[in-house]
Design a protein. Structure first.
Length: 318
């Protein structure tokens, strides 16, 4: 019974983090869930969180302006001081404005930038965006096996657990659905350029740092004959496609004189021996977590990577 409560806690935490707490009776299908756009629309209403705006009093300090998704917001991190943006700001003795928002994708961020009226105050802009352009849809699809997975874990039915996760996996890799996902990724190149264009209109002096997307599901792999769980490979393929676009767009803009740099969080996490992410695959109920957010150590790694790139490139260092 104790393990049942444990798995309910960890999975419900994950589901609430992505506003997918409303499961339904619908079976997994081999077609996109309505569409990626419809999925985004269904979930957006429940992704409204109060943004963090914290400013310090030192008038000479550099202003660090944080934009993006739940990673930049600090989802699952108890103290805001342990979120990478705050850690980085302390490293440079700056002051921070964090307007990241859990659930935001590239389109949400672009619309938000259009409405912001204080961007000109920023000296440094940190951006974490792009993961939700694919993850929200994946997490929603995962929620469709939620109830059955709870039962399988409570019964310690490993075969059922494998079958359920493989069915979720197959629903993603089915040609039509996967094609929709990759199309959504391909559209990111234009969206990133729109974001950077608008940032430059509202602030032509700030340095911009954008992070790559890490693979949140490293270790989600299990060989069981024909039923092989390889979510780690699927996730890696998708985030790698996004990262290629980020690097391509940034390189093009650097060539045109923009003060913009890539912070390669993907490689930083890949090179760490310790876990940087909450997610963990296990047949033990209390140890299974699908939550893709960085843990406290992960935020330290991210902050250090930002600081490294800042030291190598910034003209603002005092």
């Amino acid at each position: 019974m104790k393990k049942i409560f444990s798995i309910i806690f960890v999975i419900v935490l994950m589901i609430f983090s992505f506003a997918c707490n409303k499961t339904n009776d619908r079976e997994l299908s081999n077609t996109p869930i309505d569409s990626l756009e419809a999925t985004e629309s269904k979930l957006s209403e429940t992704l409204k969180e109060e943004t963090i705006e914290t400013e310090y009093n030192d008038q000479d300090a550099l202003v660090v302006y944080v934009l993006g998704d739940s990673i930049a917001y600090g989802e699952t991190i108890t103290r805001k001081e342990d979120v990478f943006g705050f850690i980085f700001t302390q490293m440079i003795n700056g002051k921070i404005i964090n307007k990241a928002h859990s659930g935001d994708n590239s389109n949400n961020l672009y619309k938000k930038i259009l409405e912001l009226d204080d961007l000109d105050s920023a000296d440094i802009i940190l951006i974490s965006i792009g993961a939700n352009d694919i993850l929200i849809s994946l997490i929603y699809n995962f929620s469709l096996i939620f109830n059955d997975l709870l039962v399988a874990y409570s019964n310690k039915d490993n075969e059922k657990i494998i079958n359920l996760i493989v069915s979720f996996q197959n629903s993603i890799t089915e040609t039509t659905y996967y094609s929709a996902l990759t199309k959504s990724i391909d559209l990111l190149e234009n969206k990133y350029n729109q974001i950077f264009d608008e940032l430059n209109k509202k602030n032509d002096h700030a340095e911009i740092y954008i992070e790559t997307i890490y693979n949140p599901y490293v270790g989600f792999h299990y060989e069981n004959g024909e039923n092989t769980i390889n979510i780690d490979e699927l996730s890696n393929e998708l985030v790698s496609r996004i990262n290629e676009i980020i690097k391509k767009v940034v390189k093009s803009r650097q060539d045109n004189g923009d003060k913009i740099w890539v912070v390669d969080v993907y490689e930083a996490f890949k090179n760490e021996e310790d876990d940087c992410v909450n997610a963990n695959f296990s047949f033990v109920a209390s140890e299974f977590r699908f939550d893709p957010h960085p843990n406290k150590f992960g935020h330290i790694v991210i902050a250090n990577e930002y600081y490294k790139i800042y030291q190598e490139n910034s003209t603002l260092m005092k």
